[in-house]
Design a protein. Structure first.
Ligand SMILES: C[S@@+](CC[C@H](N)C(=O)[O-])C[C@H]1O[C@@H](n2cnc3c(N)ncnc32)[C@H](O)[C@@H]1O
Ligand code: SF4
Length: 379
């Protein structure tokens, strides 16, 4: 049985105006007690399995929040505990997220020495005024310095996150940023379109007309520029927002998209065992309190019906260049599935079917959400 493991570290120095991931500021003092709580959650998770030693962990992702704020000795404690319960002999990728300027050289060296082999840095932009708009506290220089330090610390697999579709950003500025990024030679690039999430400051700024988001046409232009510039530079797209040098695709995220089970620990973390999904409270205080009472932090769960799984496989699969692995489904739904697929391919000529994978043509990718919504079956 193969699993991915996700650890959510919720601490941040500031809350960015666009971010709706669970994170909390001014609570660094709680890191030691938080680590105790996460360790007790990890210990309890072993009871889910008859023989946890037979659970093979494929990938570990330490995300947030800003995990680079946590001293390596605490991360090591978490990793050691996981290794004492689960089979870590085939772990291929251990990622940590870091903010530029918030991960000094020695800390990066220590992360590397405890077995972390991939680092993901949130650059977002090389334009000081756009970083300011996004309420990021790092400078453009911080991006280059932290990147250099990560290489110096021995990281051979570095991802950088960038954002387009920012108010005030032009396609030319975005192209320049991408070209500057390529010169730095990262191994993986995530390029996200800025989305306006409910319960963020950006959302209220847009609602009260203080800020106007770029038009849909410009968003598409940004996407096409990203595709062209990165694929010409040796970073083919393998998912709608993800580009990598060959062999550097993010195994952890591919696991999510292929619906491989995962265990999530920490506030707001989600887990999935192939049948059921469950998630933790998105409150650090509640998470700590429940741990102190030896209670579970799980705040909700759902059983995924076959149709739910089908919909998720299609949704995630059509966003990947490899497509959705529907061979299994074909077997499961037998004759019904073939006629369903034939009709879908008549309606959407952008759909391609080859060797058990359903995927979208180059142009069809822009319609990924619309087409997958149309393909959904009733839950
Ligand atoms: C949640 S952050 C965690 C890592 C780190 N704290 C950082 O900011 O890079 C992971 C990535 O999600 C991106 N992100 C968060 N909210 C977003 C949004 N509304 N639109 C686009 N990207 C977003 C961040 O900018 C970042 O690159
Ligand atoms: S984007 Fe990153 S740094 Fe900003 S609030 Fe979200 S998790 Fe924290």
């Amino acid at each position: 049985m193969e699993y991915g493991i996700y650890i959510h570290i919720p601490f941040c120095i500031v809350k960015c105006i666009y971010c709706d991931f669970y994170s909390i500021t001014d609570r660094d003092g709680d890191i030691p007690v938080f680590v105790d709580a996460i360790c007790s959650e990890i210990n309890s998770s072993a009871t889910r399995f008859e023989d946890p030693g037979k659970v093979k962990v494929r990938t570990i992702f330490i995300g947030g929040g800003t995990p680079s704020l946590v001293e390596p000795k605490w991360i090591e404690r978490i990793l050691d505990l996981l290794a004492s319960i689960y089979d870590m002999s085939s772990v291929s990728e251990v990622t940590i997220e870091a903010n530029p300027g918030e991960a000094p050289l020695q800390r990066l060296k220590d992360f590397r020495s405890i077995g972390i082999n991939r680092i993901s840095m949130g650059f977002q932009s090389f334009q000081p005024e756009l970083l300011k708009f996004l309420s990021r506290i790092h400078s453009v220089d911080d991006c280059f310095k932290t990147f250099r330090h990560a290489r110096q610390a021995g990281f051979e697999n570095i991802n950088t996150d960038m954002i387009y579709n920012i108010p005030g950003q032009s396609n030319r500025i975005w192209k320049n940023d991408l070209e500057r990024l390529i010169e730095l030679e990262p191994d993986h690039i995530s390029a996200y379109s800025l989305t306006v999430e409910k319960n963020t400051i950006l959302h209220s700024m847009v609602k009260t007309n203080k800020v106007k988001m770029p038009s849909e046409e410009l968003d598409i232009e940004f996407f096409q520029t990203t595709n062209d510039v990165l694929s010409n530079a040796g970073f083919p797209r393998y998912e709608i927002s993800n580009f990598a040098k060959s062999g550097y695709e993010c195994g952890h995220n591919q696991g999510y998209w292929r619906m491989i089970p995962y265990l999530g620990f920490g506030p707001s973390a989600h887990s999935y065992d192939g049948f059921k999904r469950w998630w933790n409270t998105a409150s650090l205080d509640q998470y700590l309190q429940l741990a102190s009472q030896n209670e579970s932090p799980i705040s909700g769960s759902e059983i995924l019906s076959d149709n739910n799984k089908f919909n998720e496989l299609i949704f995630n699969g059509l966003r990947m260049t490899e497509g959705a692995a529907i061979k299994e489904l074909e077997r499961h739904y037998q004759g019904l599935f073939r006629s369903y697929l034939e009709q879908a391919m008549i309606k959407w000529p952008q759909l391609l079917y080859k060797d058990g994978y359903l995927k979208l043509s180059e142009k069809g990718v822009l319609l990924a959400d619309e087409i997958s919504a149309d393909l959904f079956v009733l839950p």
